[in-house]
Design a binder for this molecule. Structure first.
Ligand SMILES: CC(=O)SCCNC(=O)CCNC(=O)[C@H](O)C(C)(C)COP(=O)(O)OP(=O)(O)OC[C@H]1O[C@@H](n2cnc3c(N)ncnc32)[C@H](O)[C@@H]1OP(=O)(O)O
Ligand SMILES: O=C([O-])CC(=O)C(=O)O
Length: 370
């Protein structure tokens, strides 16, 4: 039996959701280029596209938007739990637990996409409550008259965002919605393939996304830029980091062997948002890290990934750094649930093998003799 560490280059399903060309740095959702979707589409339309497989008509989109907007409120129990834990808890742990609570509260049978809509609508409310509680600010109730991204920023800031800020968040969320068989989507499918429920799958997805080799890299990348302090320190910092065997966070990818197309779009937004001194300086540092990182690692196909610039964009938009992975999860919940829905149409229990390398036939030694 062949050993494939990390399941590298193993396909576990056919899909018509997302296609990645890792050599050319291209990404497609349901056949549409991410560059086109980022230029012309919006959060609700792309969520609809991923779940239902086609772009909605105006009537379908209006219905879908109202459905999402109606589901934004969270229960009293969830709200109390978030307020109790926000000041000490890791936001991904809080999110994981609240999605688990949502599963306990939802007694309905079936309707996987209906449940996915509920989670997608409620997660921004939970994230906003975490940030506002930590800052000793009053909770802002969701406003159903606003779009998903406008409402998300409104709940974070307590005032309506500008159309350009709304657009930045909208595109950033679209870029994070799906990415084929990444680690967190795989975790969701493992759970789903046992015919467990969709909330349990999403809890597994959040758990896997939290790690710094996956979605947790976005806050680590920003931390890196903050530690560097000035563009003049970049070269020394990068050399020290790499020569001591550490990884450059926000660099490298299992599939992309060139610049991640999402990083290109996010870089442009990070540049646009570089209006105050701090963001301008962090953007300059990031640019320099990109340049030196590519010079050293590019020949091995190691380039900036989605997490390299996303943290800078989220920070400039007013989110706390340790919330970044939760923002990623707020969008990826759409991809997770779309893949679970697709997988369950032709389910097969996921149960790979391990190659045994231990001893066999050992004599059991009673405890007094050990
Ligand atoms: C949304 C996302 O999940 S995007 C990825 C976010 N994660 C990060 O940014 C963390 C940093 N990056 C990494 O750790 C890796 O690039 C991963 C985990 C994302 C992908 O790695 P894999 O495909 O599993 O490759 P693997 O971890 O085996 O690395 C292959 C080689 O490249 C090196 N390498 C990979 N990424 C980096 C990096 N960021 N910095 C320095 N070296 C790197 C490894 O050290 C390894 O070198 P070796 O062969 O000499 O031992
Ligand atoms: O595809 C991957 O392995 C990681 C990634 O970029 C994502 O999940 O967005």
């Amino acid at each position: 039996m062949e050993l494939r560490k990390g399941l590298e280059d193993i396909a576990i399903k056919e899909t018509s959701i997302t296609y990645i060309d890792g050599e050319l740095g291209r990404l497609y959702y349901r056949g549409y280029s991410i560059f086109d979707l980022a230029s012309f589409s919006n959060f609700e339309e792309v969520a609809y596209l991923l779940w239902y497989g086609k772009l909605p008509t105006r009537h379908e989109l209006d219905d879908f938007k109202s459905r999402l907007a109606e589901e934004r409120s969270i229960s009293e129990d969830i709200s109390t739990f978030v307020k109790r834990t926000a000041k000490f808890g890791n936001p991904m742990d809080i999110l994981r637990t609240t999605v688990s609570m949502m599963g306990l509260e939802d007694r309905s049978e079936g309707d996987l996409i209906g449940k996915a809509i509920k989670m997608t609508a409620k997660i921004p409310t939970i994230i906003s409550l975490i940030q506002r509680t930590r800052r000793n600010q009053e909770f802002v109730e969701p406003d159903p008259s606003l779009s998903h991204s406008e409402n998300f920023l409104y709940m974070i800031r307590g005032e309506r965002p500008s159309p350009s800020d709304t657009r930045v968040l909208d595109v950033s969320l679209m870029l994070h919605m799906d990415h084929e068989m990444n680690a967190s989507t795989m975790a969701c499918l493992v759970v789903a393939s046992t015919l467990s429920d969709i909330y349990s799958s999403v809890v597994a997805g959040i758990s896997a996304l939290k790690g710094p080799l996956h979605g947790g890299a976005n806050s680590e990348a920003l931390k890196q830029f903050m530690e560097i302090e000035t563009p003049d320190n970049v070269e020394k910092y990068v050399m020290n980091k790499l020569s001591s065997g550490q990884r450059l966070m926000g660099f490298g990818h299992r599939i992309y062997k060139t610049m991640d197309p999402r990083a290109k779009i996010l870089k442009e937004y990070a540049n646009q948002l570089s209006k105050n001194e701090e963001i301008k300086r962090l953007f300059e540092i990031a640019n320099r890290v990109e340049e030196i990182g590519i010079k050293i690692l590019g020949k091995r196909g190691i380039y900036p990934n989605v997490d390299f610039y996303s943290g800078l964009v989220f920070y400039a938009m007013g989110f706390d750094p340790d919330l970044f992975p939760t923002i990623f999860a707020s969008a990826r919940v759409i991809g997770w649930t779309a893949h679970v829905d697709e997988y369950l149409k032709d389910n097969k229990l996921i149960r790979p093998k391990a190659i045994y390398v231990g001893d066999l036939g050992k004599r059991y030694v009673p405890i007094e003799e050990r």
